[in-house]
Design a protein. Structure first.
Length: 332
């Protein structure tokens, strides 16, 4: 999830663990702890694209990290804070650390919660930024902050924030199940044979859902809004995996395929080949758009290995997509 959401979650968890003992400092340290796992994003400044993608939401988003580093941070903070209980500080950091990847596991990218096992949890039931999750949570946190630490109101507001946000997260699983079955039904009605179906929410909401469908030689991409009145339609995209047959066994190519969980297509433009990660969809809802959210140019490095460079996204692309999504959200 986005940084603000993780800060709010970490602060609320910190309050739940130590709020009655140290007041608003529990929120402060919980907020800090809630952002620490995302420091792995800085890996992109020190390593290649493929390695940075593998590192993101890996070790720092694992149970192992939470268990190992919570007592270290707990001990460090206890050295200079008036509250000297190492166990209390360790519990605060542990719960702020572990709830971060648990929440991230509900997004499309997912997390390697069980690192070092090669298993990424990605339930894909909430977008990385969802105001309906974050804003009510933030309001309850602010109300909590203004109460004296010993009052029942303070505990009530913080519990309500945790309950409301968690309740909404459970609701998104139900909404995904409904949307998934709508896509499945549309494929059956249109007599489309497919290998697998994957559904996820579109940006900033859980009303409009997107789906990737794999067939033998193509991928189908479709959208469904709970306000739709017309049947679901699908756009066809060729896999074009044959374009990389010559270097399919390259280590970096295999790593990228693993990162994309096999949801990828290859496109060609002006003699350049591009690797498209289909899990995050397109930057445009226009028919036959080729502007994927995560698109990487494939090129041969001087050492003979295949390298990937992410194609940058322009701010105007994001603005246009949000306008298109808002229009599509209201129904077809």
């Amino acid at each position: 999830m986005d940084s603000l959401t993780q800060i709010v979650l970490g602060a609320a968890v910190g309050e739940a663990v130590l709020g009655t003992k140290i007041g608003n400092k529990a929120m402060l340290y919980g907020a800090i702890a809630g952002t620490i796992p995302d420091l792995d994003v800085f890996a992109s400044h020190f390593t290649d694209t493929v390695s940075a993608l593998e590192i993101h939401r890996g070790f720092t988003h694992s149970i192992v990290f939470s268990v190992l580093f919570a007592p270290i941070f707990g001990w460090l903070v206890s050295r200079y804070e008036k509250y000297k209980n190492v166990k209390g500080w360790s519990w605060l950091f542990f719960w702020a650390f572990i709830t971060h990847p648990i929440l991230d596991a509900h997004t499309t990218w997912g997390t390697q919660l069980f690192w070092p096992l090669d298993l990424r949890l990605a339930f894909k039931n909430i977008f990385v930024i969802d105001p309906l999750y974050t804003l009510p949570f933030l309001i309850f946190l602010i109300l909590t902050m203004w109460q004296k630490r010993s009052t029942k109101k303070r505990r009530f507001y913080n519990k309500m924030g945790l309950l409301v946000s968690s309740g909404y997260l459970l609701l998104t699983l139900v909404l995904k199940w409904i949307a998934y079955n709508q896509f499945k039904s549309a494929l059956e009605i249109q007599n489309i044979d497919y290998l697998q179906l994957d559904a996820r929410p579109s940006a900033l909401n859980t009303i409009l859902w997107s789906a990737n469908i794999e067939t033998e030689n193509t991928y189908l991409l479709g959208n469904y809004s709970f306000f739709d009145t017309k049947p679901i339609t699908f756009e066809t995209y060729p896999k074009n995996h044959h374009l990389v047959t010559g270097f399919i066994d390259d280590t970096n190519m295999q790593r990228m395929i693993a990162i994309s969980e096999g949801w990828y297509s290859i496109s060609k433009k002006e003699e350049n080949l591009y690797f498209n990660d289909l899990r995050f969809g397109l930057l445009s809802l226009e028919p036959n758009s080729q502007d994927f959210v995560f698109k990487y140019r494939i090129h041969l490095a001087s050492n003979g290995t295949i390298q990937f460079t992410e194609v940058p996204k322009a701010p105007k692309d994001g603005r246009k997509l949000l306008l298109d999504l808002w229009s599509r959200l209201k129904g077809n």
